[in-house]
Design a protein around this ligand. Structure first.
Ligand SMILES: *Cc1c(COP(=O)(O)O)cnc(C)c1O
Length: 385
């Protein structure tokens, strides 16, 4: 019988996630779960129909390694139409098992022992785990609360870059803060990357979920950046099909080749019938994407207005599925008690930080049906927190 301490050293500390603990609590306390970020309704019916059609039409075996040509063409056309970014469908686009695999393959391909990867905290949980898997070190720069929004100290970012730095990993629009990095902020990152010859890995899975008329700006569009940027996105968040796990990478051929070298041994390929369906959805017109964001913006307003009315200190997000509240207390304890006190589950943002800078923040997911958000607000009202 092997011992209990089987896990390799570099993955210690990545055991059970808070999501598992909170989902279990949600079940045992019959709570409204605003913890995990997935929608509780299906994606567009025509998208679902396209996938079932593809299954019936026999798209059920291994698709080509880089993804089916139709989807790679659709991704390239999408980048051109929305951002005037030109990528060759053949050689500069790679389909992956969600953004998650793209992130893992990019980090494993581009950073190793002795290398640093700079990330902003709070960060999406897979970043830290993948950097650890790669045997590299993460260097975090904190996004600080700045009134109603979030900002970072450009000097702190500069100080985080050393001769060991290989890459800067950024996420805009950003989970969990809902921050959209401004052109000026992206320029700070871009100038640093150019000066130190770094790769930038940019996670843009919320690229279509911006509010109040904001527009997504890919860092690859900035001067000198296309050649050094690995842009990552996914169909899951945009089209409310998080279980489909169709993601992609856009980058110059040498970077795509490096990422593909790793990717082929992680999953090889995935999602044969979903690939043609996503290809169709990506071709939708701008109004279609605007409609998705507008509906989600109503959910944001419903939750944020409701919390604000109850006296919560809410940071209204500019994008994404998530809102943050500052509970001005230990948020881990707060979130462990909340299901018992109010029948609502949320996530303490602490788990997205290395430092203690996020100790009083709580993340709520609002990508839920209006009646679910209403019920959560009703419970929070009754609990008189
Ligand atoms: C959800 C999410 C992902 C994962 O995307 P998948 O396509 O489901 O793998 C990656 N990055 C961020 C910031 C996310 O919120």
């Amino acid at each position: 019988m092997p011992g209990t301490d089987l896990l390799v050293e570099r993955m210690k500390g990545f055991g059970t996630t808070i999501f598992a603990e909170m989902s279990a609590l949600a079940l045992s306390t019959h709570s409204v779960n605003l913890g995990q970020g997935f929608p509780d309704t299906d994606g567009p019916p025509e998208l679902l129909a396209a996938a079932t059609d593809a299954i019936r039409a026999g798209h059920n075996q291994y698709p080509p390694g880089p993804g089916i040509p139709e989807l790679r063409e659709a991704i390239a056309a999408h980048q051109r139409r929305h951002y005037a970014l030109d990528y060759a469908a053949d050689g500069e686009v790679l389909v992956t098992a969600g953004a998650t695999e793209a992130i893992a393959a990019a980090i494993l391909a581009l950073a190793g022992p002795g290398d640093d990867v700079v990330v902003f905290e709070p960060y999406y949980d897979s970043y830290a785990a993948c950097i650890a898997l790669a045997g590299a070190q993460r260097r975090t720069v904190t996004l600080e609360r700045d009134g109603a929004g979030w900002g970072f100290d450009a000097d702190a970012l500069r100080a985080a870059v050393t001769p060991r730095t290989r890459a800067i990993l950024i996420n805009t629009p950003h989970n969990p803060t809902g921050k959209v990095f401004s052109a000026e902020e992206l320029s700070v990152v871009a100038e640093l990357a150019c000066e130190h010859d770094l790769i930038v890995i940019c996670d843009e899975v919320y690229e279509h979920l911006l509010f109040d008329g904001r527009r997504h700006l890919p860092i690859a569009t900035l001067p000198g950046m296309r050649e050094r940027t690995v842009t990552i996105s996914s169909a899951g968040k945009t089209f409310s099909v998080t279980g489909w796990k169709i993601g992609w990478v856009c980058a110059p051929a040498p970077l795509v080749n490096a990422v593909r070298t790793v990717k082929q041994f992680l999953t090889y390929v995935n999602g044969a019938p979903f690939q043609p369906a996503v290809a169709g959805a990506l071709a939708a017109d701008t109004a279609y994407f605007a409609g998705i964001a507008a509906r989600l913006q109503q959910r944001r307003d419903q939750l944020c207005d409701g919390l604000a009315l109850l006296g919560w200190d809410v940071l209204r997000p500019q994008a994404t599925y998530f809102a943050t509240a500052d509970v001005h207390a230990d948020a881990v304890e707060f979130c462990r008690d909340l299901p018992h006190r109010a029948g609502v589950v949320a996530i303490p943002s602490r788990v997205f930080y290395d430092s203690r800078a996020g100790d009083s923040f709580v993340r709520f997911a609002f990508c839920k049906r209006p009646e679910v958000l209403d019920e959560a607000l009703r419970r929070l009202t009754e609990a008189r927190l």
